[in-house]
Design a protein around this ligand. Structure first.
Ligand SMILES: Nc1ncnc2c1ncn2[C@@H]1O[C@H](COP(=O)(O)OP(=O)(O)OP(=O)(O)O)[C@@H](O)[C@H]1O
Ligand SMILES: [Mg+2]
Length: 421
């Protein structure tokens, strides 16, 4: 090596904190065994766990000392690192990475000890300095670790707090959303019995007018009987509205509803009748062929009869709506006759209930999301789009299944299965 560059290295080494107290001769000797090395920003000088066989002095630039991906220290010009090399079979405790472009002076362990072995006094001094440095660096690392742990702890408890606050907000939002959903559901469920109440009340008003205007006692008796029948129906549907409210209140309190031994045929007959009466009083002149085919051997099942009734009502109402739409739009030469089929079967310990219409069917893209809430093709104000999503939830609650088969232009069939056990 040229004398000028040896002098330059010696000057650098003499400034290193670790070597400050060494004699000029010894510094000169060390400079003869030092090599200048360059590392670009981001390059690793050594990794933690590597065999410690070199010590490094920083001539220029910054080195990051990293442990477990955490930067413990930043070392600058005149600092040294890799002092573990003093230990027999030592390994580097941490990794050293160039934080920017750096110039280092490196000395091999073997050369270092070869030089120092001839200078006993310096040898002792330098060993003590190394050990002190290792000790103080360990102390420093410990402090940095504790500080970092402390900071992480604070960040963690802040994050925990944030999560708690956000969870509470989400629960509030979810509650609000389900409250909205529930109120829409309540409106939907109450509309039906209220329609009956209004229609039968209106009808009764008309009949009373007829009673007043007739002197024929037989006709009067018949009309009075009709009014009595209507009052009974008004009462029935009023009670149904109360039951709905009771059920919704118990639902919002988390109750599961009443399961009772039920004849599915009876529920079907009752609700198909109710729906038919409803549509007839709503749509003047609506005619539909209703084909009911009940398996009279159907076993009684333990289920929530009222909820099952809601499902039938929803599906039959949808079918009537669709049948009426198709009927209205059907060209005269099509000879279209609206038809609704209700079929019950008992197959493999399951009750099957089919509700099938010959309306316009449901397009495939709509079928895919038909059980989702708020999916509707009805004009604003005529449908909430909640009917089928409520049906799906109810049937799931009853441990059953609900399926849809529909062909565009031909009709729609809903198949409900319920367990017999
Ligand atoms: N039998 C059917 N034939 C044709 N389309 C149907 C039939 N049943 C349901 N649909 C379609 O599915 C949509 C969703 O039905 P759903 O019962 O969920 O809500 P909705 O009837 O629109 O509103 P709501 O039930 O609140 O009155 C309907 O708007 C309609 O487009
Ligand atoms: Mg509906």
């Amino acid at each position: 090596m040229a004398v000028s560059s040896l002098n330059k290295i010696a000057t650098s080494l003499a400034q290193a904190d670790l070597l400050k107290n060494l004699s000029a001769d010894l510094i000169h000797l060390l400079s003869t065994i030092s090599t200048s090395v360059h590392f670009n920003k981001g390059q690793t000088v050594f990794k933690s766990g590597d065999k410690a066989n070199k010590i490094f002095f920083i001539e220029k630039g910054t080195i990051s000392i990293v442990e477990n991906e955490i930067e413990l220290l930043k070392l600058q010009t005149n600092d040294c690192f890799g002092e573990e090399f003093v230990l027999p079979d030592g390994v580097y405790q941490s990794s050293a990475v160039a934080a920017d472009d750096v110039v280092l002076l490196q000395i091999n362990r073997q050369d270092f000890f070869a030089v120092l072995s001839k200078h006993h006094e310096s040898f002792n001094t330098i060993l003590i300095v190394f050990i002190q440095k290792m000790y103080s660096q360990n102390q420093l690392k410990h402090t940095v670790f504790v500080q970092r742990l402390d900071r992480l702890n604070k960040e963690l408890s802040k994050a925990k707090n944030d999560v708690e606050v956000r969870t509470i907000e989400m629960i509030k939002q979810e509650k609000l959303a389900s409250l909205g959903l529930l109120s829409a559901g309540i409106a939907h469920e109450l509309q039906n019995p209220l329609n009956f109440v209004n229609n039968f009340a209106e009808l009764s008003g008309e009949i009373i007018g007829e009673i007043k205007s007739t002197n024929n006692t037989t006709e009067k008796d018949t009309l009075l009987n009709d009014v009595a029948g209507n009052i009974e129906k008004i009462q029935q549907h009023g009670m149904r509205a109360s039951r709905i409210i009771k059920r919704i209140v118990s639902f919002s309190r988390g109750n599961t509803g009443d399961f009772e031994l039920t004849n599915v045929n009876t529920i079907c007959k009752e609700y198909v009748y109710l729906a038919t009466a409803g549509i007839k009083s709503n749509i003047f002149g609506f005619e539909c062929n209703i084909v009911e085919s009940y398996n009279e051997q159907l076993p009684m099942i333990n289920t929530n009869a009222q909820d099952l009734g809601r499902v039938i009502l929803n599906i039959v109402n949808n079918a009537f709506y669709a049948l009426n739409e198709r009927n209205k739009n059907s060209p005269a030469n099509e000879n279209y006759h609206p038809e609704l089929q209700i079929i019950t079967k008992n197959v493999n310990k399951k009750i099957y209930l089919h509700i099938k219409d010959n309306a316009m069917g449901i397009p495939a893209e709509l079928q895919a999301k038909i059980f989702e809430p708020f999916v509707t093709t009805k004009p604003a104000g005529e449908g909430t789009g909640l009917g089928l999503s409520i049906c799906r939830d109810i049937i799931r609650n009853l441990k059953g299944d609900i399926m849809l088969i529909s062909e565009n232009g031909k009709g729609t069939e809903f198949i409900i299965t319920l367990p017999v056990e």
